[in-house]
Design a protein around this ligand. Structure first.
Ligand SMILES: NC(=O)c1ccc[n+]([C@@H]2O[C@H](COP(=O)([O-])OP(=O)(O)OC[C@H]3O[C@@H](n4cnc5c(N)ncnc54)[C@H](OP(=O)(O)O)[C@@H]3O)[C@@H](O)[C@H]2O)c1
Length: 309
């Protein structure tokens, strides 16, 4: 089978397609014939060596995919070959990540794709949707709470707007002028200018400070003034800065939900019900994975880049 591989760490040029043996599903696993796998910021980190797994190369990048069940492993019930599924995988596991023609997936890391959602669209949901779910579970906000989101035009930010509205939060989201329409369409109650002054702009909308802020733009301490005394921040990378005024900083790690099949099935239902809007920016054949990395590194991508098999 074809797989995108990283034989040595470096720039996008180190990505190459290799022929690898077709894997066999183990107990409690299915083999998925992958239709599409996304390219996420974490893939850039793996490829450049920032997330060096203690395993011999080549590494297969990719944390989420969608495709059809090709083979059932021992003991798997309730699924059939041909079922359309989406899944999260952790690429630092020995069998690697999502960007391959066939991928072994634990049954608690997948959900059936609802009718009306394409496999390409579905591939964009598991990792970033579960990241938002994990963040919201950590924040545990009541309906009616105020939630600010930075990086709202991105994959995490966009899903956070929609899932936050579904939970009854008042959502204040940032946007560059060119993204304002998108952010409003996703359902934000208030849109503020993005950038270093985002905290002031959020305080303008919520003078007492928001109950919580999801920092998907990874701006660190400069967002803290937006948060009320005793409020909360969900950080998607190591938070740069010191907590102040009793604000709690939660470190979101999606790997903690990599086997949360219940949450993944809820995301699938939400996509089927039109609550979540999966966004695909562009598709690439595996041989052009390096080009997809260049595109993601350049910034400004709206929707996810996909490797299609
Ligand atoms: N901890 C975890 O488990 C976990 C899981 C998933 C994601 N993440 C992390 O979460 C972050 C967001 O992921 P994503 O997939 O949503 O990325 P994304 O789709 O690239 O979105 C990031 C958004 O933030 C914007 N942005 C970047 N710098 C900004 C700044 N200084 N001010 C305002 N906006 C800024 C980007 O705009 P431009 O495109 O215009 O630059 C983009 O709209 C990444 O760092 C990712 O690694 C962590």
């Amino acid at each position: 089978m074809k797989a995108v591989t990283i034989a040595r760490f470096g720039g996008p040029e180190v990505l190459e397609v290799r022929e690898l043996p077709k894997p066999e599903p183990g107990p409690g696993e299915v083999l998925v014939r992958v239709a599409a796998a996304t390219v996420n910021p974490t893939d850039l980190s793996l490829r450049s060596g920032l997330r060096r797994p203690d395993l011999p190369p080549p590494y297969i990048p990719g944390m989420e995919l969608a495709g059809v069940v090709d083979q059932l492993g021992p003991g798997v019930a309730g699924l059939r070959t041909g079922d359309r599924v989406m899944a999260i995988v952790v690429p630092t596991r020995p069998e690697g990540g999502a960007q391959a023609e066939y991928v072994r997936v634990s049954v608690d890391a997948l959900a059936e794709v609802p009718p009306g959602v394409t496999l390409e669209a579905a591939a964009t949901m598991p990792m970033n949707g579960l990241t938002v779910r994990r963040a919201f579970d950590l924040l545990a906000l009541p309906s009616g709470a105020t939630l600010a989101i930075t990086g709202a035009a991105g994959a995490v930010g966009g899903y956070a707007i929609e899932l936050g509205k579904a939970l009854g939060y008042r959502v204040i989201a940032d946007a560059a002028p060119k993204d304002e329409d998108l952010i409003r369409r996703l359902g934000a109650d208030d849109v503020v200018g993005r950038g270093d002054d985002v905290a002031l702009a959020i305080r303008d909308k919520v003078p007492a400070g928001v109950d919580a802020l999801l920092d998907a733009a990874v701006q660190g301490s400069i967002v803290l003034p937006a948060v009320r005394d005793g409020g909360q921040v969900a950080a998607v990378r190591l938070f740069q800065g010191e907590p102040e005024r009793g604000i709690r900083i939660h470190q979101v790690m999606v790997t903690e939900y990599a086997h949360n099949g219940t949450a993944l099935k809820e995301l699938a239902q939400e996509a089927g019900a039109g609550v979540l809007t999966p966004r695909v920016a562009e598709t690439f054949p595996p041989e052009e994975a390096g080009e997809a990395h260049h595109r993601l590194m350049a910034g400004g991508v709206r929707g996810r880049l996909l490797i299609v098999f």
